[in-house]
Design a protein around this ligand. Structure first.
Ligand code: MOS
Length: 726
């Protein structure tokens, strides 16, 4: 076969595309050497290759991209690409292996309040424990999708893309093609779910797609199949938490020391920030006077993990609450009592020396106990468990204090562009992306309120880098806070401009004012801008203000567990959330219900399985169980805390996208409570290990019935010799 020198070179590196190129419909194959600009995306100071060139460091890393006229031809082409690999000498898959080899992404973060080492000397008891929490697939309804269209006689591109951050896509495409950003326009109509998975990972796929469009001068569409998406794009970080806690016999926790290890995968992405957020949230609702935490993102040979609703907080706080549960079990006290004893009370400061008032957190707690009829049901469960050997019920009540906004201050800004047309219709553009969270509905409400016109006159067509430039991602539960203020600002300017027109004709209609303003040569278009809060943390001094304010919530869940099968049902959940004065309660209740269910999935069902060689087995809904309608609590009550204000956000509202996901852990701890009752019948008392997700297999084995003891385990606590605990 005659090969060009160029192809020989590639073949020498183990990549042979010659056969694939011959196949019908295959137009081209895109390789790293085709990139005219930057071949890497840089996050947290680390480079990530768009297409692997120097080394393949995980199964699922992209090496080249086949461009074809149909999807079937593209798939056949991809299958015909020949790649030969040499095994990595010493791959790292698990967190334990990473710890052993000190394989971390920098920086690691540490915060301490009080003097933890000293405090351990003067406590009644000390307990050490650990818990592992598995990762989570985003399972957005729409997989990663994009269409790159070359336009015009200049090098110019329109990118239609499912992303939370159009500006990042624009910059990534421009950098890859080595063209200025003003030649790339990104359009986002709406996104079929994102949950954090369409920030950084999308930019790499968009860079590759744009490269294909540029090289072939054709419109190129890239839509990942579900299995590819699950394999390639990573998800929530599997996390291992270790802790040591010192406490008094009356339940007061005097000292706690945490270590959070997140499995970051083969590229840094946002992993150091995820580990950082665990450390920033570790005090949660509790005023532990001596508190220390250390967070590290591990570099491993798994696909790189990324942002996922809650950004580390759902993992970090499961570890903290598990520690509290252990304390309760050591003391033989109800866990809710230990939680109450240790909660922040009255004006307080966090472990990063930020002053706040936990009043609304405590109100949520009291309200949730009341609404859920906690005491009576707690007693009824005791009774039920005495009368039943193989079915057990459990209950738990769990709080959250969640910091809203980006601790990277520059990400808190937002802008908007509002046009009034001569017929009085209004077109609003803003930097936020609509991914089902209802931001466009809320922005319409803001414009309606500021312009004093019905929402029916206001339209939002899309989010585009051509109308509002240099935007920040819709993330960190901050989309409405930031963009709402920007839309408000633009509308205020326009309303002000129309004032002389209104004065002249106070009885006129909105439409008549719009037309009159045009006739009098008044501009009917305005941009709005919001600077956002200035937030930062001084990690040396261990102090700062990383968040604008806190959203509080409390959830109480009850489950019934079949101890012989591990099957469980959530009988009832009551959630009380403080979201200030909601801009749109029905949208927000939907967010609360959805986030709770996503948390329930994380902690009790969704399980990623990796082979001993780091291959993700679970690449579709038949292998990876996400919650369905039948998993919704039989009784599911959501209450918004009344009479709450928030001076820090638009119309006194609060961000709500992420906080409630963690409250899904109330189901995990209810299962654990039911398991504890079963163990007690087997004569077992005190703390025990239950990994997350608490799947039926794990719950059943943890019950330690005479039957499960007959099941041989290959290693302690493991029931899957074919899969890794990553
Ligand atoms: Mo979100 S995890 O802040 O994209």
């Amino acid at each position: 076969m005659d090969q060009s020198p160029d192809e020989l070179e590639i073949a020498a590196r183990g990549l042979d595309v010659s056969e694939a190129l011959q196949l019908p419909g295959v137009v081209d194959i895109i390789r790293a050497k085709d990139v005219p600009g930057k071949k890497v995306r840089t996050f947290c100071g680390y480079h990530e290759e768009l297409l692997a060139e120097s080394e393949v460091s995980c199964i699922g890393q992209m090496i080249c991209a086949v461009v074809a006229d149909t999807k079937a031809h593209a798939k056949r082409g991809a299958a015909a690409v020949k790649i030969s690999y040499e095994d990595l000498p010493d791959p790292i898959f698990t967190i334990e292996e990473a710890i052993e080899k000190s394989s971390y992404f920098k920086p690691q973060r540490m915060l301490e309040r009080g003097d933890v080492t000293e405090a351990f000397k003067n406590v009644d008891r000390v307990y050490e424990g650990e818990i592992r929490i598995g990762g989570q697939e985003h399972f957005y309804m729409e997989t990663q999708s994009m269409l790159v269209v070359p336009v015009g006689e200049e090098t110019e591109f329109n990118v239609y893309v499912s992303t939370q951050w159009p500006t990042l896509i624009q910059d990534a495409v421009a950098e890859t093609l080595n063209i200025p950003s003003n030649r790339v326009t990104c359009h986002v109509k709406r996104i079929g779910g994102a949950f954090g998975g369409k920030v950084t990972k999308t930019s790499i796929l968009a860079s590759i797609s744009s490269l294909a469009a540029w090289k072939t001068n054709r419109a190129v569409r890239c839509v990942l199949e579900r299995g590819e998406d699950m394999l390639i794009t990573g998800g929530r970080h599997p996390t291992l938490g270790k802790y040591k806690v010192g406490f008094m016999n009356d339940g007061r926790i005097i000292a706690a020391d945490f270590q959070f290890f997140a499995n970051g995968g083969n590229a840094a992405d946002e992993s150091p920030l995820v580990a950082e957020k665990m450390v920033l949230h570790m005090d949660t609702a509790y005023n532990i006077p001596n508190l220390r935490g250390h967070g590290a993102a591990c570099r491993t040979n798994l696909p790189s993990n990324t942002a996922f609703r809650g950004f580390g907080v759902p993992q970090g706080l499961l570890i903290v609450e598990n520690m509290i549960n252990d304390v309760a079990m050591v003391l033989g006290s109800p866990a809710d009592k230990i939680r109450e004893i240790n909660m922040y009370k009255g004006p307080s400061t966090t472990h990063y020396k930020f002053a706040f008032d936990p009043e609304n957190l405590l109100r949520c707690w009291d309200e949730c106990k009341l609404r859920s009829d906690f005491s009576a049901r707690h007693a009824a469960i005791k009774q039920f468990n005495q009368e039943n050997r193989w079915k057990k019920r459990g209950i738990s009540i769990i709080p959250i204090k969640y910091g809203i906004a980006f601790s990277e201050s520059f990400l808190n800004q937002a802008a908007a562009l509002v046009h009034i047309y001569k017929d009085g219709s209004v077109l609003v553009s803003h930097g936020g992306t609509e991914m089902g969270q209802g931001i466009h509905t809320k922005m319409q409400q803001v414009a309606s309120r500021e312009l004093h016109i019905p929402a029916s006159k206001i339209y939002i067509s899309e989010t585009s880098t051509g109308t509002v430039p240099n935007t920040c991602p819709s993330a960190a539960s901050f989309g409405t806070d930031a963009n709402g203020m920007a839309v408000k600002n633009a509308c205020e300017i326009l309303y002000q401009r129309l004032e002389p027109i209104r004065k002249k004709n106070p009885k006129g209609t909105w439409e008549s004012w719009a037309r009159a303003a045009f006739m009098e040569k008044i501009s009917l278009s305005a941009t709005g801008y919001y600077r956002g809060p200035d937030l930062c943390v001084d990690w040396e001094k261990m102090e700062g203000q990383p968040y604008s304010y806190y959203t509080y919530g409390v959830s109480c869940s009850e489950v019934e567990l079949d101890c012989l099968t591990g099957d469980y049902r959530t009988l009832r959940t009551d959630i009380v959330v403080d979201i200030g004065k909601s801009v749109n309660p029905s949208v927000d209740v939907g967010q609360i219900e959805g986030a709770f269910m996503q948390g329930l999935g994380l902690y009790t069902m969704e399980e990623l399985n990796f082979s001993p060689f780091g291959l993700l087995y679970t690449r579709g809904p038949s292998q990876y169980k996400i919650p369905a309608v039948c998993d919704v609590p039989l009784q599911f009550n959501v209450y918004l805390l009344p009479d709450s204000d928030n001076p820090h956000a638009i119309y006194s509202s609060k961000g709500i996208g992420e906080p409630v996901l963690f409250l899904g852990s109330s189901v995990f701890f209810a299962i654990k409570d039911a398991v504890a009752a079963a163990r007690s019948d087997s004569g077992l008392k005190g703390p025990f290990t239950l990994k997350s997700p608490a799947t039926p297999e794990r719950a059943c084995l943890a019950c330690a019935s005479p039957f499960t003891k007959k099941v041989p385990a290959s290693k302690p606590g493991s029931f899957k010799p074919w899969a890794l605990d990553v």
